[in-house]
Design a protein around this ligand. Structure first.
Ligand code: GSH
Length: 208
């Protein structure tokens, strides 16, 4: 199994966390997003979306981090990242989608570059843009986190695989996280797990 990713890609980071928690061995393949390698024919012939991550398994390639995590969940059910209880399972997906569908796409590299290069938005404007969408979703997620130590209870779920990279990203952009003590507590509980710590961007072979 190969994971095409990039050390700082938060979507790839989600999948690394899932692979780590499930103890699935894989070969990391770095796609340098800053150099634009995601647009090379070599990569787009595998993953036409031209985004990371992509998982290669048995010669087939799958894009989209949440689809990859659900595929891993079905192939490697233990430990589960989707709770057995239907309501808790829906809650976990709801938090994961709040990040993956409503936050990350607004703040990813190509959007920030478009704001800078095509719309002439300066650094302060881009920072305000980034903070706006983080605050909207973190406020909403903070309001629904109840149980702990993880997002929907005593075990990590797909929600936590999405939260940790988004918190990492928010810190990278100097977002004040003090209004979100439950989110930062979940993040702390997650990164204390060795499998999650090993997925950190700084521990990847392409980190710089
Ligand atoms: N919805 C996708 C998002 C993937 C995505 O946006 N990946 C970013 C890195 S986090 C990327 O490849 N960006 C390169 C680009 O925009 O050119 C997923 O969850 O896998």
């Amino acid at each position: 199994m190969k994971l095409y990713g990039y050390f700082r890609s938060s979507a790839a980071y989600r999948v690394r966390i899932a692979l780590g928690l499930k103890g699935v061995r894989y070969v990391p393949v770095s796609v340098d997003l800053v150099a634009g390698d995601q647009r090379d024919a070599d990569y787009t012939s595998r993953n036409p979306l031209g985004l990371v991550p992509a998982l290669e398994d048995d010669g087939r390639v799958l894009g989209q981090s949440l689809a990859i995590i659900e595929y891993l969940e079905e192939r490697y059910p233990e430990p589960p990242l989707l709770p057995a209880d239907a309501w808790a399972r829906a809650q976990a997906r709801s938090i994961a989608y709040a990040i993956a569908c409503d936050t990350h796409p607004l703040n990813n590299l190509s959007v920030l570059n478009f704001l800078r290069d095509e719309l002439g938005v300066d650094q302060a404007g881009r920072d305000a843009w980034y903070a706006r969408w983080i605050d909207r979703s973190f406020k909403a997620i903070e309001a629904v986190l109840v149980a702990g130590p993880f997002a929907v209870g005593s075990q990590p779920t797909i929600a936590d695989t999405c939260l940790v990279p988004q918190v990492f990203n928010a810190r990278r952009f100097d977002i004040d996280l003090t209004p979100y003590p439950k989110i930062t507590a979940v993040d702390a509980a997650m990164v204390a797990l060795p499998a999650v710590a090993a997925a950190h961007p700084s521990r990847q072979t392409d980190a710089r």
